[in-house]
Design a protein around this ligand. Structure first.
Ligand code: SF4
Length: 372
């Protein structure tokens, strides 16, 4: 049964009512439970759990150290193109937004990648908008094949594909996919995506499992925080993650927490997520998914990232640039959104070490796969 059939069994309004009705006793029961059920997860997402942030954070910390040790996997995004034919209302790249558009040539991509390689990154995340005529699978796969010798792990954060499309990228050397549903709320999804291929909610929802079926080794999901109500989005993110973990156990799963940032076009978050709620959401997801990677990008401030690090985070980006060509040319025009933590990769690595953790630049090599 695909995840679409699973999610169709839940009514978001009823889920919200159930979460809001949870009591302190429900939260205490959830905190004492060795293995969270969905009902416990709802309790940890509830307003009643706001008074239990300290024990929640302590348990999230303990679980993460047990499963991952004191390590943070470092990665960097590389924007290949900011062309996009979609109309996502919240994104600076949307087709109606007048901005400098650019699709990097293979030479420019390599120049960007070499900057990141010299900084020590071996995990690369290739990012594009959705512009089938300018940056399609053949372009993406050519970029991957060109960069493969420089990086041990290459992920993509691009348009959704079917199983055959993902199989093509896997064959070129991609081993990871990041794909946010943005919002699990169908009505809001339709409102936020007025035109373009991204209007297809079901196709996007099915894409992570299509990637798993195609042999993608790592898959990252998430909801764009600031669109829907975070408690409900958090619940459906957890449900989606559990589904993927159960059906595609060979694939390593991660969850990201992209909180909306100012973007060209001036979109304001519909449901802003304050810091305390953000922390509660991260800790609740850690307790639900002890083995999942939890990813925190440079969207968040340096101070918040420093404080969140011990609470369950396992992957971080650093020194990121969100415009094509921005590493080699220090050009920030044409960026997708404004980052908040603008420290360099060495400053972030030093902060990680200061907290008693190790910044890991490489945790995988394709040779492992070939050997298997
Ligand atoms: S979120 Fe992605 S698909 Fe939507 S406008 Fe931005 S780049 Fe395009």
């Amino acid at each position: 049964m695909p995840f679409l059939d699973t999610i169709n069994q839940y009514d978001p309004r009823q889920i919200e009512e159930r979460i809001l009705a949870k009591t302190a006793a429900d939260v205490e029961r959830a905190l004492a439970s060795p293995q969270l059920r969905l009902d416990d997860f709802q309790a940890l997402l509830s307003p009643a759990a706001a008074g239990y942030l300290e024990p929640l954070a302590q348990r999230a910390h303990r679980l993460t150290v047990q499963r991952f040790g004191r390590t943070i996997l470092m990665y960097a995004p590389l924007y290949l193109s900011n062309e996009c034919s979609n109309g996502c209302r919240y994104c600076g790249f949307n087709a109606h937004n007048k901005m400098a558009r650019r699709t990097l040539t293979m030479e420019e991509i390599e120049a960007e990648a070499r900057v990141l390689h010299e900084r020590g990154f071996r995990h690369l995340l290739l990012v594009t908008g959705e512009a089938p005529r300018l940056a399609d699978n053949s372009y993406l796969c050519a970029a991957v094949e060109r960069l493969r010798p420089l990086f041990s792990s290459m992920s993509i954060e691009v348009y959704p594909m079917d199983r055959a499309g993902y199989a093509q990228t896997v064959a070129s050397g991609v081993d990871g996919l990041t794909l946010y549903q943005e919002t699990y709320d169908r009505a809001l999804y339709a409102e936020m995506h007025p035109f373009g291929r991204k209007r297809d909610y079901a196709f996007r929802l099915a894409a992570p499992e299509a990637a798993a079926q195609a042999g993608m080794r790592r898959i990252g999901i998430g909801a764009l925080l600031g669109l829907g109500k975070f408690r409900v989005e958090g619940f459906f993110t957890g449900l989606h993650a559990l589904y993927l973990a159960r059906h595609y156990w060979r694939t390593h799963l991660s969850v990201s927490f992209p909180r909306m940032r100012p973007a060209d076009g001036g979109f304001q978050p519909l449901n802003p997520v304050p810091d305390r709620d953000f922390v509660q959401l991260i800790c609740a997801l850690r307790l639900l998914l002890p083995d999942a990677g939890l990813v925190l990008s440079t969207r968040e401030s340096a101070t918040l990232r420093d404080h969140l690090l011990p609470l369950g985070i396992t992957q971080m980006s650093a020194g990121s640039c969100t415009s094509p060509g921005g590493y080699a040319e220090a050009d920030e025009s044409g960026r997708q959104f404004v980052i908040d933590d603008d420290r360099s990769h060495t400053e972030v690595a030093a902060m990680i070490a200061k907290q008693g953790y190790e910044a890991v630049w490489k945790d995988w090599d394709p040779a492992f796969h070939r050997a298997g």
